[in-house]
Design a protein around this ligand. Structure first.
Ligand SMILES: [Zn+2]
Length: 380
């Protein structure tokens, strides 16, 4: 049975599905059309599929027999097209490469997962337990509370394991860093620049704060390597001959296991207190605007073993373990829902190019075969 299904994962079948998916524009907040397309397709394949009030497409197949529950999860939203594209951003094939906006991050994974559950359901494979696909909205939208996966978890989503579709270059990515964003605002005293001693220069105060933030050591981890701090946005001042009254800074920080936003805020607040002591006219505040955690699954977990075995069966070699120095939905599934979650998908984030995103079609074929093999081994 497995062999029969895997034979249906042909290059043309995968390529045609990629063409359909990439042709549907799906920037963050505009995922509806794509959700409906996937929903219709998986309903036709005999799955229980619907689009929830948050815009997530959830398709499931329950066997009625006791067994594990495995879900695939991939985001539907892409970045904006931008004006750097020289290829057709809605799908262009060149040799084995498929170009398109969002194809690497992460619609090739999404397409692969859709095809895997479609073929399992369509072929009426007798399995125990339950499998399904969550095609989620707003993963790339910078607000934790409105992320599709967070909404699913808030609504009670549970599973024994989840495989996320992100570009891991067909490796098993078992960890992601957490991302924090802190917004700092400094208010000084604006006077004419010929009398600087009469005022407080908000930009100079911020410069001091930034120098102190630079001294905060980033976290290190065996699995995630190390964190990072970045000054991403700075605004302040109006005229060169006036001491700026306000300066605002957005600083992001990537954290490893054991670190969290509250700790970072304490470090920032201690810096602000020191700065304020120097001149009582200085006002400085900080807000934690984006607060997530690192998520890690230990080697030996069932979801990892499952993918190692499935990739060994399909490619002859077990996929290696990796981790991502960026944030992904695995954080919420691991830390909020307690579900062992790893990512596995085609596409290489290191080769990501905003003006010419691509994946190898042959890698998508491999991914589909690994997804199908994993489910059949787990629930067979
Ligand atoms: Zn992604």
């Amino acid at each position: 049975m497995k062999k029969d299904i895997l034979e249906q994962v042909t290059y043309d079948y995968v390529k045609a599905a990629l063409e359909d998916v990439i042709a549907i524009p799906s920037e963050s907040l505009q995922e509806k059309k794509l959700a409906e397309y996937i929903c219709g397709r998986l309903k036709d394949a005999g799955m229980d599929a619907s689009v929830d009030p948050h815009g997530n497409m959830v398709a499931k197949k329950k066997s009625g027999r006791t067994g594990k529950t495995i879900y695939f999860n991939s985001h539907m939203d892409t970045v904006e097209v931008g004006n750097l594209w020289t290829k057709n951003p809605y799908g262009e094939v060149d040799g084995d490469r498929f170009y398109g906006v969002g194809v690497c991050d992460c619609q090739a994974s999404l397409t692969g997962m859709m095809l895997a559950v479609e073929l399992l359901s369509k072929n009426g494979v007798e399995l125990s337990g339950e499998y399904g696909l969550c095609a989620v909205a707003r993963e790339q939208w910078p607000c934790v509370a409105t992320k599709g996966t967070v909404n699913l978890i808030d609504d009670g989503f549970q599973a024994d394991m989840v495989v996320i579709g992100e570009p891991t270059n067909l490796t098993i990515c078992r960890g992601c860093e957490g991302m924090l964003e802190v917004i700092i605002e400094v208010t000084g005293v604006p006077v004419h620049a010929c009398n600087p001693e009469l005022g407080v220069n908000a930009i100079e105060v911020m410069y001091e704060i930034m120098s102190e933030i630079k001294k905060i050591p980033v976290g290190t981890s065996e699995i995630l390597n190390k964190g990072a701090i970045n000054f991403g946005v700075i605004e302040g001042g109006s005229r060169s001959c006036v001491l700026p009254e306000k300066c605002t800074l957005k600083v992001s920080r990537f954290i490893v296991e054991g670190e969290n936003g509250a700790q970072f805020m304490k470090q920032i607040e201690a810096i602000l207190e020191e700065v304020k002591k120097k001149d009582e006219r200085i006002q400085a505040t900080a807000i934690l605007g984006y607060d997530t955690l690192a998520g890690v699954v230990q080697d030996g977990a069932e979801v990892i073993e499952m993918l190692k075995e499935a990739s060994r069966e399909v490619t002859g070699k077990a996929a290696p373990l990796t981790a991502m120095r960026a944030h992904m939905d695995a954080d919420f599934l691991i830390n909020k829902a307690g579900i062992p979650t790893v990512a596995f998908g085609p596409g290489d984030l290191d080769a990501y190019n905003a003006g010419a995103e691509w994946v190898n079609i042959s890698d998508v074929v491999t991914a589909v075969k690994v997804y199908i093999t994993a489910v059949m081994n787990l629930l067979g």
